[in-house]
Design a protein around this ligand. Structure first.
Ligand code: SF4
Length: 407
């Protein structure tokens, strides 16, 4: 049997309301939700029961070295509920003594006391979904919080980190939101680094189907930063963060030394992980499986798994399935890139096929190597920073074309 996964993702789908750019599998519960006893608590408790059932249904459990509680807005939950969740893993899977246990928190959905409660429950790393410090930008994006909520959250998190109560924390921003021109974006970045977060994630805005933003785009009513502004925003990100000591270890992620997210590296490096909760995707043995995105269907699926004694770990555990194109795509997201020889060898191609396929791929990548978007050092290929990382799509598209052509 392959090695058992050592990482688990848990999806908490509750939010106060849906942000205008978001297409995640969430359940908006309104402003007055009180998950322990008051309004919305019945929905939350019922979901948690199904979630726990799913977590317990895994037959081959082994101690975890990373846990990531994401959403949604997990900080809507009461610290007691987070403790119950972490205890469930501790008692049934085991948690390594040095494990990284991350929880996503949203400004205005928690206070300093809640943070203490989450820490007592076992959380040692937080990821703060700030998105921006600019009130106009936040409102335009449908965020519920304001600048002062973000600032307060940063102060609390910084204090916890400085006093050694948590191992790390991340500040998440979205690049190229409406109204975010070069000045606004630089202001956001400069403000962010005044709190010295050990980790910063910078996500590029994408317009997803079914969102308010998509409707506004279709109506021609959403003004997004121009391509030129977007490029300048990326340059600012690179310069400001680099000059402040942050290194870009993955396309969307920057950190101070030794603060990479161990959990996220599991996704990019091709190791397996468990995943629990509606809409979440697991890949314990290489093959991905996404749970139903709608609550009712998710619950029916859990009942089916449980009643028929089906192991949620799903597939044949001796069978690792990840196509070469996906391995290349995931590897190229990382600063260190890929060892092409190593990946090709896993295909068990005969020498002639190996050479032929490699030379076809190199031909596709010739122009990117020349323009230094892609860098080659022996067998290792990686994206240049920032140029290659910004234009990674072109390189990946050419690689996917190559993969289609040779199959
Ligand atoms: S808080 Fe996060 S998960 Fe919830 S709607 Fe907004 S972006 Fe989506």
């Amino acid at each position: 049997m392959n090695k058992l996964p050592r990482s688990a993702y848990v999806h908490i789908p509750f939010c106060h309301r849906r942000c205008f750019y978001c297409d995640f599998a969430i359940i908006p519960l309104g402003n007055n939700v009180e998950t322990l006893q008051g309004y919305g608590s019945k929905t939350v408790k019922e979901y948690l029961q199904f979630l726990y059932k799913e977590i317990l249904s895994i037959k081959h459990k082994s101690p975890l070295s990373t846990i990531y509680v994401g959403g949604g807005t997990p900080s809507i939950l009461d610290p007691k509920q987070i403790k119950e969740l972490i205890d469930l893993f501790r008692e049934n899977y085991g948690i390594d003594s040095g494990a990284e246990i991350t929880m996503e928190v949203d400004p205005a959905s928690f206070n300093d006391d809640d943070l203490n409660g989450f820490i007592n429950a076992g959380i040692n790393r937080f990821s703060l979904g700030a998105q921006s410090f600019n009130n106009q930008i936040l409102q335009k994006a449908g965020r519920r919080h304001l600048r002062e909520d973000v600032e307060k959250s940063c102060v609390w998190l910084k204090r916890k980190f400085d006093s050694g109560l948590i191992k790390s924390w991340s500040l998440d921003l979205i690049q190229n939101l409406p109204l975010s021109g070069i000045k606004e974006w630089q202001d956001d970045l400069k403000k962010a680094i005044t709190f010295s977060p050990p980790h910063i994630s910078i996500y590029d805005l994408t317009i997803e189907n079914g969102t308010v933003f998509k409707k506004l785009v279709n109506l021609g009513k959403l003004k997004l930063p121009s391509d030129e502004d977007a490029f300048r925003n990326s340059e600012s990100t690179h310069m400001i963060l680099k000059n402040s000591g942050y290194s870009r270890y993955e396309i969307s992620n920057y950190c101070l030394p030794s603060h990479q997210s161990r959990h996220n590296r599991v996704y990019w490096s091709g190791l397996g992980w468990w995943s629990f909760g509606q809409g979440s995707t697991s890949s314990p043995w290489g093959e991905k499986f996404t749970r139903p995105r709608v609550s009712k269907e998710y619950k029916e699926w859990v009942i089916g798994q449980y009643e028929h004694n089906i192991d949620s770990s799903l597939t044949n555990k001796d069978f690792v399935y990840k196509e070469l194109d996906e391995k290349i795509m995931l590897g190229l997201r990382l600063k260190e890139g890929i060892d092409i020889n190593k990946l090709f060898k896993q295909q068990n191609w005969e020498n002639k096929t190996f050479e032929k396929n490699l030379s076809k791929l190199l031909k596709k990548w010739e122009s990117f190597l020349k323009s230094e978007l892609l860098v080659r050092k022996g067998n290792r290929f990686y994206l240049s920073d920032p140029k290659g990382m910004e234009l990674s799509n072109q390189i990946l598209i050419s690689m996917f074309q190559w993969w289609d052509e040779i199959n």
